[in-house]
Design a protein around this ligand. Structure first.
Ligand code: GAL
Length: 416
């Protein structure tokens, strides 16, 4: 992929530029910067949307970790989870910020015990969840668990928490659980807006800081109400390990960009990188876009046997740094010429992250003009290519590259 950088003169300054700059940067100015305060009431990225945030102090940057569902579905057990924690550390991924090891559906027995408590499935987790949490914590990692705001989870193989929220939150806290993904199957038809706040409150009262990840599949536009009760909310249905699924979820999630920020994030579902259904360039696009849009970076492959390409994609420090940037503004699709797209967003220190994305079926040139990405036309930048790990200095006006089908280029632009 050849990269070329054109230049544009001052004459290009015009109404369009001014409007674009205003739109992008009005948001930056108003965006919620991370705060350690437990009582946060921040303005969101754009449009001055006031966000009342969950008071658990978590999720100041998008969560990073691993979840069992995309690769293993119900085939999980304690040895797998322990080996995954081991691999998270030995691969170097833990040191890059991946910290949560999250159980998804199917960790529990079919029924509660005689006291109404949820119990770990003895055949798969004979040592219990507390012992598993202790093990994961001993590796410097955190343990996540899964439940459902209905009578049973989606697999139907274990109870949901509806009507048992306080008891279950206390159980999870007593086990040392750090994260709850809360699904929406087998509910009685009432609104998630009624059911999810009950668990949010129960977690807050559980005596342990527990990250709350809502999973109602974007059904009732959770971006508009979930920031006050959760740290992230799914904006879409389930991802599958295919290009069309991944691109469709990216597009659906984009609509909610202005609602994301430190403390609460849009979640277009977990990563499929390494699961085999996409090409390397498609996975590079998947990871780049998820990073740019401040999506949770929850790995969904088998960490014990990932190949070196998968590890290289998941461990790109510079891409991770975009995702974890303290400004916490979700990047957006800012230009779309059919399948040739520019996605961009502001970073701290006046930097700008840009993805040039060729979603078409043949090689093409994709160009981002400064007016597309919120830079003044006179701005001169240094452009860091996050996948090539090279820097080109003194770029004017636009950045452009020839990009293969389904591939992307990702840059951080630093104004001089
Ligand atoms: C779905 C959810 C998936 C996974 C699955 C487990 O509702 O969206 O991410 O958790 O249930 O059954």
């Amino acid at each position: 992929m050849a990269t070329s950088f054109g230049s544009r003169g001052r004459s290009a300054v015009g109404v369009v530029v001014v409007i674009a700059v205003c739109i992008l940067y009005a948001g930056v100015a108003a965006s919620g910067r991370p705060t350690t305060s437990a009582s946060m009431d921040l303005l969101s990225a754009r449009g001055g949307i006031r966000r009342k945030l969950l008071k658990n102090g978590l999720g100041l940057t998008p969560q990073m970790g691993w979840n069992s569902w995309n690769h293993f579905h119900c085939n999980i057990n304690e040895n797998l989870i322990k080996a995954t924690a081991d691999a998270m550390v030995s691969s170097g991924l833990a040191a890059l910020g991946y910290e949560y090891i999250n159980l998804d559906d199917c960790w529990g027995e079919l029924n509660r015990d005689s006291k109404g408590n949820m119990v770990a499935k003895a055949s798969a987790f004979p040592s219990g969840i507390k012992a598993l949490a202790d093990y994961v914590h001993s590796k410097g990692l955190k343990l996540g668990i899964y439940s459902d705001a209905g009578s049973r989870t989606c697999s139907q193989t274990m109870p949901g928490s509806l009507g048992h929220e306080e008891q279950d939150a206390k159980t999870f806290a007593s086990w040392g659980v750090d994260y709850l993904k809360y699904d929406n199957c087998n509910n009685p038809g009432t609104s998630p807006k009624e059911r999810y706040p009950i668990m949010s409150k129960a977690l807050l009262n559980s005596g342990r800081k527990i990250f709350f990840s809502l999973c109602e599949w974007g059904q009732e536009d959770p971006a508009t109400w979930a920031p006050s009760i959760g740290n992230s909310w799914r904006t879409t249905g389930d991802i599958s390990d295919h290009w069309d699924s991944m691109t469709s979820l990216a597009d659906q999630n984009d609509k909610w960009a202005s609602y994301a920020g430190p403390g609460g994030w849009n979640d277009p579902d977990m990563l499929e990188v390494g699961n085999g259904g996409m090409t390397t360039e498609e996975y590079r696009s998947h990871f780049s876009i998820w990073a740019l849009v401040k999506a949770p970076l929850l790995i969904g492959c088998d960490l014990r046997s990932m190949d070196s390409t998968t590890l290289e994609l998941l461990s790109n420090k510079e891409v991770i740094a975009v995702n974890q940037d303290r400004l916490g503004v979700q990047g957006k699709k800012v230009k779309s010429d059919g399948n040739l797209q520019v996605w961009a967003g502001p970073l701290s220190a006046n930097k700008v992250a840009v993805v040039l994305w060729n979603r078409g079926s043949s090689t093409a040139t994709v160009t981002a003009s400064w007016s597309d990405i919120g830079l003044k036309s006179t701005t001169v930048v240094d452009a860091r290519d996050l996948w090539m790990h090279t820097t080109q200095s003194s770029i004017n006006g636009q950045i452009s590259a020839d990009i293969d089908s389904h591939a992307c280029k990702m840059y951080v632009l630093t104004p001089q």
